[in-house]
Structure formats: structure tokens, C-alpha cells
Design a protein around this ligand. Structure first.
Ligand code: GLN
Length: 459
């Protein structure tokens, strides 16, 4: 299996992989063979996996898609990597992504764009673009991704695969290079919900090395996420938010999503009209909070402790300035500046604090429909993104156009809720006809097993 996928990776021109090391992979595969022979194997033993280059690894470089970390090798493995190693999975290498996971098209990687395997003129989505493209092109059967504001769900949608962002705190952030700590959440991406369930069962769980990891008392207990896959959907109430079907949604995406909803009705579900009135505010709130946290997290890249350092400088200040100007790409620099600005004394209340209040309102929108005895639906469904994948280059110079395309994924992240994306067809016309559409399924906190069940019944 490992050889099969390594050969495919070597022959691929998608730029999905940043680091591959055949000898390392084959050594891990040999260990898995021994475990299998000794009868000491689980369901994932010997199955190849590749990791987004945001998860640090001892044996491979970890760049986060940034020149700043171009030659960085971590002295330890991320918890997620350790967990998959312990399950006997075989690492194929590390996957390209937007720099520090900032982006929606994988065009912000310092190591070049990733091509969408369905149409090489299109972006694969971002920031986990390498992850999604690798699964779609059959370069890896399973991958990890991270989702801060949509980076698992949107590339899964653009590449026609399945991905799940768990409830915030389910999956350890230890060893996940930080972008916006109150939003960052790792998750699996694969062909099917069934595969994602197996992967998430190995990946999730309390980790005392991550201060926001959910403890067993908070619900961070080990779960078998495959347990409900075969449950029938009779009586399932699907909330359909008005705000997800308004102006700005491409007609071909709407058509594919509505057809998927109809299929759910055939499977026994009922559709409930709901409103998430603060959806619109998720873009301004997210694009204050995420950069604010990023500006703080990225202060560690000072040319001393990690990665790149400018070759020539006059004094310490000059070294910082040159190192950061050389090491960070334009989008990362923009976020650091926006984030620093909104945190400034004098602006903090007007921007950052206000954004935090809006974040609460957005979470309350979901609570009102999903939570408690007055809940009107069991899950929420809608599009993942307002359009199919755009052309490489089309939005490359327009940050706001990129931000606006995140409208349907940001609020889930701000609320900390789980969300997933499953393929539900293609766009229309000569250009979009071969570009996949994703259906988004959102649920209450800790409802991952339910989401995977709902996805599996469709697939
Ligand atoms: N596109 C969003 C951003 O650029 C989300 C990225 C992510 O989820 N990592 O911040």
C-alpha cells in the first residue's frame, strides 16, 4: 500500500506534497507489517496517511506553508501524529497548505499553489488544499487537516471529498502550529464519512498538554464515532437556514444542495425553515478575532527561537524587522497588522471586544435552534461555499474576495460547533461542470457521531 501511494505521489504534478521520504515511510510500513503478523493490529494499522504541514513531526520538516519555517524540524511530534502512529498508520509525508493556514485557495503557500485534481485550472480550496487534493487524486487514502474558519470543510467541498471539523477542544492542538488558538481545530479528511469516523476515533481525546482540550468531565471522553453510522434517518429534523440560500449563492451550487436536501427527505428526514440572523456578521467578527490571535501567536517568529533569520542586520530591532519582512508572505503580514491594530489600546473596545460580543450572538443563533427542549432541528444543512472552486489567480490579489467566500463556514467555527462537508454533485456549464459542490452538515456540540451517521446514510 505504501509503495502504491508513494509511486502515485511521485508521478503527480499537483504540488500537494511538500515533503516525502520513501525510506522513512517504508520503514514505518515494515513495522506495521510486523504488527499485523503478530496479530497486534487495529483497523488503521498499515493504512497510509499524510499530514497537513501544520502538524509538527520529528522525522519530516514542518513548514506551515511558510518561508519562515522552510527548514524547520520539530524535536517532537504533534499529539495527533503520535495517535496515528500508535494506531499503526504509515505516514506518506507532509501536505501543502496556505501559509499558517491563512487562506481559502491554497494560493498563500510560500511553496506554490496546489492544483485541483478535478480541473487543474482551479484552486483546491484552502487552507488544507494539499490535504483535499491528495485524497481526491488518490495520492493518500486519509489525511489530516485543520479548520479555523472552514479550512477542512471548504477544500473538502472543492475537491469532492469528505471532511469533518470536530467540536472545538475535541482534537488536541498540541503540536499544531497555531494560527488563531480559540478557533483552530484539527480533523480528518478522506473519501467517506465511514473513513472519517474511524480516523476521528483515533484522533480525538483529552490531552493535558493542550489547555483548551476538553477534559473527560467536559465531555472529552473517548468515543467510537462509527457506532451510529447505520442508524436510519427517519424523523431527522434538518434545519435549513434562510441566510445560507440568499443573495450571493451561485445558482448551480444552490441546485446541487437543494437536490441533496430532497434526497434526505426521501431518506425519512423533514426540512425545517430556520434563521441564523447574525450570519452576515461572522465575516467582520472572524476577520478581527482570527488576526488578533494570529498577531500574538506569530510573535514567536522572531529570528531567534525558530526558523528563518535575516542574513544581515544592524541591531536587534533591525534583525526582527528584516527576518519578519523576509519570512512572512503578504497575507500573513496583513493579518499581523490588522490583528495588532484591533488589539491596540484605544481600539480594543471598538473592534476586538465588539467582535467578541458578536461571536456570542452568533453562538446564540445556533443554540436557539439546536439546543435544549425548544430545539427545532437535529442538524443544520446548507452549502459549504457560495460557489464551486474558482480559477487559480482569480482572487489571488483580492483578500476581501477570499474573505467573503468564507461566509458559510465561519459562524460554525466562531461558535465552536462541529461541521462537515460531503460531496453532493457538481456545478453546471462548461467551466463548472466538473467542479464539485459540498453539502455542509452542522450539529450541536459533541454531535460528531450524529453528523457522521447523517453523512454516511447519504453516501
Ligand atoms: N479562510 C479562512 C482564513 O483565511 C479560514 C482558514 C482556516 O480555516 N484555517 O482565515
Amino acid at each position: 500500500l505504501a509503495t502504491h501511494f508513494l509511486d502515485r505521489i511521485e508521478a503527480s504534478d499537483l504540488n500537494a506534497f511538500l515533503h516525502v521520504d520513501r525510506a522513512l515511510t517504508l520503514a514505518q510500513a515494515a513495522e506495521a507489517d510486523q504488527r499485523l503478523a503478530a496479530g497486534n493490529a487495529g483497523p488503521l494499522t498499515g493504512v497510509p496517511i499524510a499530514h497537513k504541514d501544520i502538524f509538527v513531526t520529528k522525522d519530516w520538516r514542518s513548514t506551515a506553508g511558510s518561508k519562515m519555517l522552510a527548514n524547520y524540524v520539530s524535536p517532537f511530534n504533534a499529539t495527533v501524529v503520535e495517535k496515528f502512529n500508535a494506531a499503526g498508520m504509515v505516514t506518506l509525508g507532509k501536505l501543502n497548505c496556505d501559509e499558517f493556514a491563512m487562506g481559502s485557495g491554497n494560493e498563500n503557500s510560500a511553496f506554490g499553489p496546489v492544483l485541483n485534481p478535478w480541473d487543474k485550472k482551479a484552486v483546491p480550496g484552502g487552507s488544507s488544499g494539499g490535504s483535499a487534493a491528495a485524497v481526491a487524486a488518490r495520492l493518500a487514502p486519509a489525511v489530516t487537516g485543520t479548520d479555523t474558519g472552514g479550512s477542512i470543510r471548504q477544500p473538502a467541498a472543492f475537491c469532492g471529498i469528505t471532511g469533518i471539523k470536530p467540536t472545538y477542544g475535541r482534537v488536541s492542538r498540541f503540536g499544531m502550529i497555531a494560527f488563531a488558538s480559540s478557533l483552530d481545530q484539527g480533523g480528518p479528511m478522506a473519501q467517506t464519512a465511514e473513513d472519517c469516523a474511524l480516523l476521528l476515533s483515533a484522533m480525538a481525546g483529552f490531552d493535558e498538554r493542550d489547555s483548551t482540550s476538553l477534559s473527560p468531565e467536559q465531555g472529552g471522553v473517548h468515543e467510537d464515532f462509527s457506532r451510529d453510522l447505520e442508524q436510519p434517518l427517519t424523523g431527522l429534523r434538518i434545519g435549513v437556514p434562510r441566510e445560507y440560500f440568499g443573495e450571493g449563492l451561485a445558482a448551480d451550487v444552490e441546485k446541487a444542495v437543494r437536490a441533496a436536501l430532497q434526497k434526505y427527505v426521501e431518506l425519512g428526514a423533514t426540512l425545517v425553515d430556520i434563521s441564523l440572523p447574525n450570519t452576515k456578521l461572522s465575516i467582520p467578527a472572524y476577520y478581527m478575532i482570527a488576526p488578533a490571535e494570529a498577531s500574538s501567536n506569530l510573535s514567536r517568529f522572531d529570528g531567534v527561537r525558530f526558523g528563518h533569520r535575516a542574513a544581515e542586520y544592524k541591531d536587534l530591532q533591525d534583525m526582527y524587522r528584516k527576518t519578519r519582512a523576509e519570512g512572512f508572505g503578504p497575507e500573513v503580514q496583513r493579518r499581523i497588522m490588522v490583528g495588532t491594530y484591533v488589539l491596540c489600546h484605544g481600539y480594543y473596545d471598538a473592534y476586538y471586544l465588539k467582535a467578541q460580543k458578536i461571536r456570542r450572538l452568533i453562538a446564540q443563533d445556533f443554540e436557539a435552534v439546536l439546543n435544549g427542549p425548544n430545539a427545532v432541528c437535529d442538524v443544520i444543512m446548507g452549502p459549504v461555499a457560495p460557489s464551486v472552486a474558482w480559477d487559480i489567480g482569480d482572487k489571488a490579489d483580492d483578500p476581501v474576495a477570499n474573505y467573503l467566500a468564507d461566509i458559510f463556514t465561519l459562524s460554525t467555527s466562531l461558535a465552536g460547533l462541529p461541521g462537515m462537508s460531503i460531496p453532493c454533485g457538481f456545478g453546471e456549464g462548461e467551466k463548472n461542470g466538473n467542479r464539485p459542490v459540498g453539502l455542509q452538515i452542522i450539529g450541536n456540540y459533541f454531535s460528531e457521531a450524529k453528523l457522521l451517521n447523517v453523512a454516511h446514510q447519504y453516501q
